[in-house]
Design a protein around this ligand. Structure first.
Ligand code: PMP
Length: 380
């Protein structure tokens, strides 16, 4: 069966070597080979998150579990949480926080924009235990100013949790330098591994806050106290067991982390920047309007766009028939009016041009104007 190019904001195209790694025979989770692979993978993740002082946690699950793994360990009933709301995934974070007993204050923005920093600061000044930020909101394509927000949180002695599901390994992110306490992601986005792994990077201040808890963590599977000795054991290349790791996925992740190391995380961020700029040069040439309202709030990992006048979600089927899979709208306010293209992971200019060509064919644009604009932007 012909392979359609997968250009949704996760899961994404996966490199052949990563797929081959995943297809290796399943090994025991305490076999020496697996211990070395998992240990090296955990070590390498510190570079991916730019968190030399971070403690990685890798467990089986999707990004939503990653969110819960952050919240469940830091929040106790009655704690106040401030949520920076740039779209759909902030509401989910709010729900998870409330489920764990937090009093949630959400600071919103106009659709396609980020909240006013002063409004976030005012909320922090009222006192809070955690500030949550979606680095890239996948429903709007909006990029939040994580560095500035984390600095504000620090001023008010508030812990920062960054949902980096649609950002880590694509969008520039320096966890230690920016002083972000916890960052979480899933395997299926810019890490370019199939779905199924949760990654959470926890820095020392957050671990101390966890240790100072007065109440037990309400979720057994999420409890850092149960996972920490396991992660530390793999890091010191020793066998350990709490709950069976998704061994084949971990082997695949280790291969991806190796590839990221070979490329260099800075070079990977730069590639995502350049590819997104080329894609946008293409869609601008086609007069397609983006959801994020300004250049400085546009993510490099995906582009959220409005359908041109007179066009609706039937466009997605035509793009798919042209061999490329893109995503429809997700944010409730614009779900029927917008569509999204993910450009993250291992994509290169070939994938960008193929996607633009499929969009042009589907809109019956015969000039190739979008492809040409992207190509010339790329080559500049
Ligand atoms: N946060 C963000 C920013 C996301 O994009 C997603 C997934 N699209 C999630 C959280 C939830 O991840 P999952 O679907 O893997 O549970």
């Amino acid at each position: 069966m012909a392979h359609s190019l997968l250009m949704i904001p996760g899961p994404v195209e996966v490199d052949g070597d990563v797929l081959a790694a995943m297809a290796r025979p399943t090994v025991g989770h305490t076999s020496p080979g697996f211990i070395e692979t998992f240990g090296a993978c955990l070590d390498g993740l510190r570079d991916v998150f730019a968190a030399p002082d971070g403690q990685p946690f890798v467990v089986a699950g999707s990004g939503t579990l990653a969110m819960e793994l952050a919240v469940a360990n830091l929040v106790e009933p009655g704690d106040r949480a401030v949520v920076v709301d740039c779209g759909y995934f902030a509401a989910r974070m709010g729900d998870i926080l409330r489920r764990h007993g937090a009093q949630v204050e959400s600071i919103g923005a106009d659709l396609g924009d980020v909240p006013d920093l002063a409004a976030v600061e005012a909320a922090l000044a009222r006192g809070a235990k955690v500030l949550t930020i979606t680095h890239v909101d996948t429903s709007t394509g909006v990029l939040a100013p994580v560095k500035e927000l984390a600095a504000l949180a620090r001023q008010y002695n508030v812990l920062t949790i960054v949902d980096g599901v649609c950002a880590v390994a694509g969008q520039e992110f320096r966890q230690s330098e920016w002083d972000v306490d916890v960052c979480l992601t899933g395997s299926q986005k810019a890490l370019a591994v199939p779905p199924g792994l949760v990654l959470v990077m926890v820095r020392p201040r957050a671990l101390e806050a966890f240790k100072a808890r007065k109440t037990p963590v309400a979720s057994y599977y999420c409890d850092w106290g149960l996972w920490l000795p396991i992660m530390q054991a793999y890091q010191s290349r020793k066998p350990a067991y709490f709950a069976t790791p998704a061994v084949n996925l971990v082997v695949a992740l280790a291969e991806s982390v190796k590839q990221i190391k070979a490329e260099g995380i800075e070079a990977r961020w730069a590639r995502h920047r350049k590819l997104s700029a080329a894609f946008r040069a293409g869609i601008e040439a086609l007069d397609i309007r983006q959801v994020p309202v300004r250049e400085d709030v546009r993510a490099v990992t995906l582009t959220a766009m409005y359908y041109p006048d007179g066009v609706d979600s039937k466009l997605l089927g035509r793009i798919s028939a042209a061999g490329v899979v893109v995503a429809g709208g997700l944010h409730p306010a614009i779900a029927a009016k917008s569509f999204r293209v993910g450009h993250m992971g291992v994509d290169g200019i070939g994938e960008i041009l193929q996607t633009l060509s499929a969009i042009e064919q589907s809109l019956d644009i015969k000039t190739g104007a979008g492809v040409a604009a992207a190509q010339s932007h790329w080559m500049e």
